[in-house]
Design a protein around this ligand. Structure first.
Ligand code: DC
Length: 205
């Protein structure tokens, strides 16, 4: 791809968006932006006492790096700052220009197909049952050395789902023209194949 070509991948926490997005970006050799990291970086700054809107306005690339951003505490903080319209507005231009860069871009998040890039050439909504998502997140957290219980992770996933879906500003929902991929009963390879197929169809029109 040499022209701008936007692939929007939305969905709830731990549905497989990240894995699918990285695989799609590698397959089509285009750039990838995990937009959740922007909100996590703002959430981490809020936990350190900063005003979230100021943090969002002053965000740098370096702020979006670091293993600490993957913790459950930061995930909850990200979901809390994500309800603030000032935070979302401060992150909008960066995401839109990333989406239209030459060579194509994959963006994954919650509102890419609905608010950030309603004109995206491809929109996918990747989902899975809350139980399956919590199991996957639990395995990831335990592998990373966190001490959590399965029940706690499920409660966290449900709480974040409710906040992301019910907020007034850019709530989590599929765009009307999004292709939904439910990964509950799929392997990673099956989900990636499905996503690549949807992009191929859009490219060949
Ligand atoms: O994708 P993630 O789990 O890293 O996202 C963390 C939180 O950030 C998520 O609970 C809601 C928020 N978020 C958002 O509101 N909009 C996005 N485009 C991406 C993430």
């Amino acid at each position: 791809m040499t022209e701008p070509f936007t692939i929007a991948i939305d969905g709830p926490a731990a549905a497989g968006k990240g894995t699918i997005s990285r695989a799609v970006a590698a397959h089509f050799n285009c750039a990838h932006l995990d937009t959740g990291l922007l909100y996590r970086a703002v959430g981490a700054k809020m936990l350190l006492g900063q005003d979230p809107a100021d943090a969002a306005r002053g965000l740098t690339a370096a702020d979006t790096q670091g293993a600490g951003l993957r913790s459950p505490e930061v995930a909850q903080a990200a979901s809390r700052v994500a309800v603030l319209p000032e935070v979302r507005a401060a992150l909008l231009d960066f995401q839109r220009s990333f989406a239209r860069r030459a060579g194509g871009a994959v963006l994954d998040g919650r509102d890419i197909g609905t608010v950030i890039c309603p004109q995206a050439e491809v929109k996918l909504f990747v989902t899975a049952s809350a139980e399956v998502r919590a199991q996957r997140r639990y395995a990831e957290l335990v592998a990373g050395g966190s001490e959590v219980s399965p029940a706690q992770v499920l409660a966290d996933v449900r709480e974040r789902d409710a906040r992301d879906r019910d907020r007034a500003a850019a709530p989590l929902k599929p765009a009307p023209d999004a292709v939904t991929i439910d990964t509950s009963d799929m392997t990673i390879d099956q989900a990636v194949t499905r996503a690549i197929g949807a992009v191929e169809r859009a490219r060949t029109g």
